[in-house]
Design a binder for this molecule. Structure first.
Ligand code: AMP
Length: 221
């Protein structure tokens, strides 16, 4: 019986988390939640939260933890059922704040899937990435007829290159990932939640591996 229902995906930029989140959503009907996609939507729609995010975006690569938690609280307020988190938590502080939020909601984190890949592996990938404004999905230029300015294979939104998908920005984001996000492994590791997967495996094989490890895992008591 599949009992897993709250899964955190952790990995460096362009490691394929978004694709795997989408596959898990299709397979299990879980909601996938990407803070990055939610923020892009708020910014695009110029909501009050979006305007505050935009102000902060120029200041640093990662937005402040308290602002991110506000996004999470707002977006997940009505959520029930399975959930895959893509791009959150991304700092130790966010991890601790999310533990508090989970306690409030009586949620249990069932698995933390960590996508392993090196800086060199991913820099080429990032420069070929296109993302959809409407659904937040990410795709690779040239794959399955995907083109810049073309339509999203999932929702017919327009595919665009993100302004932050350049080798220079990627390099900085990877460094920040190592510095700020990887410490989360020490947060979740002692709880027996961490599973490493090879990010460079073809997406379909990687999905089989992730689904296998989630299905093979008993829910923590
Ligand atoms: P992503 O699509 O996940 O790469 O996120 C795009 C941008 O949104 C990041 O470069 C950050 O500025 C911001 N962002 C998304 N998620 C977080 C987070 N958990 N903590 C801080 N900033 C975030």
């Amino acid at each position: 019986m599949m009992t897993t229902h709250l899964v955190i995906l952790i990995g460096p930029p362009a490691c394929g988390k978004g694709t795997q989140a989408r596959i898990l959503k299709e397979r299990f009907g879980w909601r996938t939640f990407s803070t990055g996609a939610a923020i892009r939507r708020h910014v695009h729609e110029e909501t009050p939260l979006g305007l505050r995010c935009r102000e902060q975006m120029a200041a640093a690569y990662l937005l402040p933890d308290d602002l991110i938690i506000e996004v999470v609280r707002q977006e997940l307020a009505d959520h029930q059922g399975g959930l895959v988190l893509d791009g959150f938590p991304r700092t130790l502080v966010q991890g601790r704040l999310f533990d508090e939020y989970c306690a409030e909601r009586s949620w249990t984190i069932h698995a933390v899937v960590v996508f392993d890949a090196t800086r060199q592996d991913l820099v080429e990938r990032v420069t070929r990435r296109l993302s959809c404004h409407a659904c937040g999905g990410t795709f690779r230029l040239g794959q399955d007829g995907v083109t810049e300015g073309g339509s999203c294979p999932h929702c017919e939104g327009t595919l665009e290159r993100r302004a932050d998908d350049t080798p220079e920005v990627f390099d900085q984001r990877f460094t920040e990932y190592e510095r700020l996000t990887l410490p989360l492994l020490d947060h979740y590791g002692p709880r027996g939640l961490v599973h490493h997967v090879p990010a460079l495996d073809p997406a379909n094989l990687l999905a089989v591996r992730i689904i296998g490890l989630l299905e093979g895992q008993d829910a923590p008591s």
